[in-house]
Structures are given as C-alpha cells and as structure tokens.
Design a protein around this ligand. Sequence first.
Ligand SMILES: [Fe+2]
Length: 408
Amino acid sequence: MVNFEFDFEFQKITNIQQKNKMARDIKNLKDLQNTEYGLKKLFEEAEDFLPLLGTDYVEFYVGNAKQAAFYYKSAFGFQSEAYAGLETGLKDRVSYVLRQDKIRIVLTTPLNKGGDLNRHIDEHGDAVKVIALWVDDATSAFEETTKRGAKPYLEPTREEDENGYIIKSGIYTYGETVHLFIERKNYDGLFLPGFQKWESHYNPEPVGLKFIDHMVGNVGWDEMNKWCEFYGKVMGFAQIISFADDDISTEFTALMSKVMSNGNGRIKFPINEPAKGKKKSQIEEYLDFYNGAGVQHLALATDDIVTTVSAMRNRGVEFLYVPDTYYDDVLERVGEIDEDIEVLKKHGILIDRDEEGYLLQIFTNNILDRPTMFIEVIQRKGAQSFGVGNFKALFEAIERQQAKRGTL
Ligand SMILES: [Fe+2]
C-alpha cells in the first residue's frame, strides 16, 4: 500500500452521530495547523456524495520528461519513485513518478510524433494534464459526477498486476485539464499497475515540501462563476472565499478569484479569471500563452518555510522579487509572529494574517519558458486563507516582470 499516513475511517464519516460531532468541531479552525487535515468535514455546505481522501498525484505532459525529472529532483528535492516506458512495455510514452512526503508528481512525455500528447504540448507547453484525486470508490465517483453534468474523460477502468488492482475513472474540468479518480484500496504496489521501481544513484535531499495545500486554475473572461458552480454542483464542493476585482488589483491590473473546497479541506481549488485594468492582467497573459484555461500554480506546504526556501534557492530556484519596502510596515499589518522578520526579508517570504492565525508564503518565478506555471511554498500557522493581504505587493512584482516581457 502506498504509505500515505492518513487514517482511514470512512464508515464513521457517514455515521450521522459522528457527523454532528464534526459539525461542532469544525467551528474551531485554530487547531488546524499545516499538515493534519483529517477526514472530518470542515465545510458544512459541502456535500458528501464524493468523498475525496486527498490528491493522489498531479501529472504533467512535458516535452522531455527525463530532463524535467532531473529538475524537480535537483531543484525541489523530489525523490525517484516509479517509472514506466519502453523497458516496461510502453510503446508511445514514458512516465517518471516523483515523490516528496505526500506530494506525488508524474512527468509524461511522448516517444513518437503525432497523437494527443504532442498536440497537448504544442497547444499548452509543458502543463498539468491530470489532477488525480484519491477516492474510496472510483466507479461511484464517476457515476455521481457525470450524473451531475461532468463531461466523461475515462469510464471506470480496472488495471491490475501481481500487487492487486486499481480502478480509475475520469472527468473533464476547465480547459483540457482532467480529474482522474483513483481507487487503490486493493492495490499494494508502488504506484499503479505497469510501473516499476525507479532506482537512481542520484538522490538529492528533500527540501521539506509535505503536501499540496491548493492548486489554482486560471479560466477565461467571465468563466470563474461557471467553474465554481461546476465544483459546487458536480463535485459537491463549498465556496470558502471570494475576492472581487477591487480586492485583487493594483493601479494597473486586476483579477477575480473564488476558492472552492471539498468537505474535509484536503482539496482546495482557487479559480481565477482576469479582470479589466489599465493594463493586461497576469491571468490574461497566462491565457494567451497557455491557449486557454489551465493550472496556474501548485501551492506546496512546508512546516519550515525558511529552511525549505533557502534549500531551494541554493539549488537554483528563482523566486519572485519582493521589494524591501514590503517589510517596512508588514508587522503593523500582521502583528506579532514567531519568525525573525530580517530572515523573512532576506528570503523574500511574505506574511499575511486572518482571524485564525497567520501564514507565510513565497512564489517562484515561472518554472517554464512560457509565462504560465509557477510554484508557491506556503506555511500555515493557523491561517486558512490565501494571502489576500499580499496580493498587491505580489502583483506589482509580477507586473514588473510582465513589463520586461512586453506583455503588460
Ligand atoms: Fe496560492
């Protein structure tokens, strides 16, 4: 069994008594720190027809998976986990599976010309194709979502090897992005049937990234509400936060955002759309280069952002530049924090506070040549929000880069 350490107490979740107890417990989000999302329901408006246990993996279609894997290992501290390709009987593609604590990414590249992978890469560049969600029952997940209007991507399919079997199914979400539902309770292998262990003599240390905190989708003009409704209606998610364009704007550019979450809070999808400003929104720039809607960033959680970020910097990761002036009045805004502000300033780590506590976050520069995707590193110290207090400082930093690219 893949050794995710979440406790599996599903039956209890459907038990009414337990549910009522949870409804009382969720009032106190202060106890929620960085890592321990249980299976308790946190958001009462969310529906339970699609219990999600967590993110199973995120699959990228890339032009050169071998070199991309080297980058994610070297720069981000991912570990070699599993492999499938010519050596395992595949003819048209290779996939490398990398892992760091509970985060699992898959890098897939085509081996031949033509076909859907090449077309996807031509259209979007290296991009997230699959956000795979870990479920107890992939057949029911498919039925429940398609009956509520999801467009099918993959009918429930059983795959097996000597380690047991998995069932996977899938639906489309925004753009060409898909959600696969992965049922692995009857599987003891390393990853999925067809994959073998990936042995490597090159194993850089992890940098302390622990799990995916949230994954953000950028969608087209006036499409945010449509996709939030999709997550509400089709997947039973609750809307937990909403930002209007005047919340998220600078003098020049703007965007709008809503955050959708499943009931236990393990899956959080902010959805952004561009808004009108004097100049071109960063979301519009994304849409132009991505050629439509897609994943903009993965926010990866750490328990020690200073250590994680310094390790990443040492390995060559570039972060968005934050002007020193950001730190002049930041403590007036966020109040007392445990960390040394000079250390945060040295690394360009941003701070924000909400009613529940505070959070520390930082954003990489785009990790691809197309200005599409980037990575966020986040450490939550009670706060359950997404850093709205930092948006202005952050977007001004992004605008400086857009200006250099001539896309502002
Ligand atoms: Fe984020």
